[in-house]
Design a protein around this ligand. Sequence first.
Ligand code: PGA
Length: 244
Amino acid sequence: MKVLSFKNYQSLSDFAATEIANAIKNKPSLVLCLASGDTPKLTVELLVKKIKDQKIDHSAITFIGLDEWVGLPPENTGSCHYFFQSKLIEPLQLKPSQYFLFNALANDLQNECIEMDQVIDQKKGIDIMLVGIGMNGHIGFNEPGSSFNNLSHVIELDEVTKSVGKKYFTEQVELSQGITLGFKHLMNAGKVFLMANGIKKADVIKKTVDGPVTEDFPASIMQKHQNGFVLIDEEAASLLNKTA
Ligand code: PGA
């Protein structure tokens, strides 16, 4: 794992977007997994802009959504589905055969997990995965205590996730479960970017980078990834001993 520190949110987002855009140029059939949320928002916007401005052929990429709130319809503006639909799928006019998102309304959520794992297998794994980090150290909905050996799964949400998650919604919603890719997918991904910005993330970044590797603090798994990068702004880096 490498830690890369940037002056601000704009420059770290631009770095991540440039990396992904270049990866698509080098491998037009790139399998890309992105998180939704506040942190990756600008990266996704910049990536779409770069793809359009540079006329990068994205007709063969595969996009995989990291997670979803169980029970929420895709029209809910706080859903991960809505984020990806409005920020990536529509702007890039991805074909339905090019993107895979968990259906959080499915009667059989286990089957959703099996199907997602099969897609990832069929595509021969994820090339690039870009994730954020929650205030409890979660990645996707791999909550504290989640096994590092998980594939896709359904999980009871941690109290911190339920409380912080309210920020995405304009109305009151009942958040209880999540459906998410697991850490096996993350560890098997060719390259992982974990992004964080702002002073509120300084403590979780400190634990991610300098703390023990433990399932009690999920993001600590990044220390074990051979091609893992923690991308942070100066504020998120402020508690670290040293950064590259
Ligand atoms: P955020 O969410 O990017 O909105 O801070 C991060 C997360 O919970 O994974």
